[in-house]
Design a binder for this molecule. Structure first.
Ligand code: AMP
Length: 214
């Protein structure tokens, strides 16, 4: 089963993808993580994407689709969680074509719906482990030892695109470029909406399991 986690930045896509990978036989494909890997390895694509990402803007579809196509060419095409991809209608169409060529498809799209006020709170205090990619929050989900990852002792970092002025640009881009995907996947009868504003991440996970019959 292939699924898409759809939702604004800060809606908890990464956290839920992590839980699905830990508990079931899923592999996470996060285009954000792939871009950050390319940036840290200073590849040509990483250099091109870096400026856009730190400005809070989307990387062009052509580059993003090619990266996903390459990823899927070299590996598994089943049991994938698409986290942060697709983010535009063009990307959704490209993904459909790539999967059709592999005799595969998207089975369900889980929309994690959060009120904007809560998104801002979550993004402003977010801390990320650069090594294992786990996400923490200064207030809501602090690490056991201040500034240090519970799992591998790395120093936690704030993402450059989690600065308040960049957050506003990313939320705007979600509204204009990504939210049309909600209707797109509704029409395809694949969308399940979960309202997550007042739910713990454990409760959200339970709802995702229900939706996926896991
Ligand atoms: P994320 O970790 O999913 O929040 O992604 C971080 C940043 O990477 C985004 O703000 C974009 O600049 C870029 N990015 C990630 N996924 C995509 C995508 N599907 N299309 C375009 N840009 C993306």
């Amino acid at each position: 089963m292939n699924i898409i986690l759809l939702g604004a930045p800060g809606s908890g896509k990464g956290t839920q993808a992590e839980k699905l990978v830990q508990n079931f036989n899923f592999e996470q494909l996060s285009t954000g993580d792939l871009f950050r890997k390319n940036i840290s390895e200073k590849t040509q694509m990483g250099l091109e994407a870096s400026k856009l990402i730190s400005a809070g803007k989307l990387v062009p579809d052509e580059i993003t689709n090619k990266m996903v196509e390459e990823y899927l060419k070299n590996g598994n095409k089943e049991n994938i969680i698409f986290d942060g991809y697709p983010r535009t209608i063009n990307q959704a169409k490209a993904l459909k074509e790539i999967l059709v060529l592999n005799n595969s498809k998207i089975d369900k799209v889980i929309l994690l719906d959060v009120e904007e006020k809560i998104l801002l709170e979550r993004l402003v205090g977010r801390l990320i482990c650069p090594k294992c990619k786990r996400s923490y929050h200064l207030k809501n989900r602090p690490p056991k030892k201040e500034g240090i990852c519970d799992f591998d002792n790395s120093s936690l970092e704030t993402r450059p695109d989690d600065k308040p002025e960049k957050i506003a640009i990313r939320l705007q881009s979600y509204l204009s470029d990504t939210s049309p995907l909600i209707d797109y996947y509704k029409t395809e009868k694949k969308l399940v909406k979960i309202s997550v504003s007042n739910l713990t991440s454990e409760k959200v996970f339970e709802k995702i399991r229900e939706a996926l019959k896991l």
